[in-house]
Ligand binder design. Structure first.
Ligand code: AMP
Length: 190
């Protein structure tokens, strides 16, 4: 079982690379942002709870996010592995994931960090804004999301660096070249 975290700020290319990774390694893709958006679309209880928080660019509280994540993992007991995309975004979430996986005799095997500078991220999201229809891609919401990333999410990296499982990949360049670099890091684990 391969548990992989794809890590990076908004606009780093996590979704794009995840789509290619699931195809190659046949992993289950768990994107917490996508799942929250689906709940909002379907107007579920959870969707109602997180709608305004998400639209403002803030992080959803850990307790809600962790419960949802565990539920999604349990839904796939026969998975060959999981790509966690957009999770964990805080150190308590990372700790909760470790405990949860441990309870199933599993662990996080690798964290791939997509490294992209802030100017490039802003340019990419400005492009995405034209087509994504995401309320939180608007300029002022994006600022909040960047704040959340640099205040809270960035601290997740040292947590995994201590475990020696982080591979940093330059996230600027051709999609296929970035993908090749990810595969180089992942292939020895499968
Ligand atoms: P994303 O699609 O990954 O950019 O996530 C969009 C939004 O969903 C974030 O700005 C948060 O409001 C919420 N979200 C997604 N994943 C998490 C998480 N792990 N913890 C807290 N909030 C999250």
């Amino acid at each position: 079982m391969l548990n992989l975290i794809i890590f990076g700020p908004p606009g780093a290319g996590k979704g794009t690379q995840s789509a290619k990774l699931i195809e190659r390694y046949h992993l289950v893709h768990i994107s917490t942002g996508d799942i929250f958006r689906e709940h909002i679309q379907n107007d579920t209880e959870l969707g109602k709870k997180v709608k305004n928080i998400m639209a403002s660019g803030q992080l959803v509280p850990d307790s809600i996010t962790i419960e949802m994540l565990e539920y999604e993992v349990k839904k796939n007991p026969n998975a060959k592995g999981v790509i966690f995309d957009g999770f964990p975004r805080t150190v308590p979430q990372a700790e909760a994931l470790d405990n949860f996986l441990q309870s199933m005799n599993q662990k996080v095997n690798i964290v791939v960090q997509l490294d992209v500078n802030e100017d490039e991220l802003r340019a990419r999201i400005a492009e995405r804004r034209k087509v994504s229809g995401r309320a939180d891609d608007a300029e002022e919401k994006l600022m909040k999301r960047m704040d959340e990333y640099f205040n809270k999410t960035i601290h997740v990296l040292p947590y995994y660096e201590q475990q020696n499982i982080v591979t940093k990949v330059n996230g600027i360049g051709l999609i296929d070249d970035i993908f090749d670099q990810l595969c180089e890091a992942i292939d020895p684990l499968v």
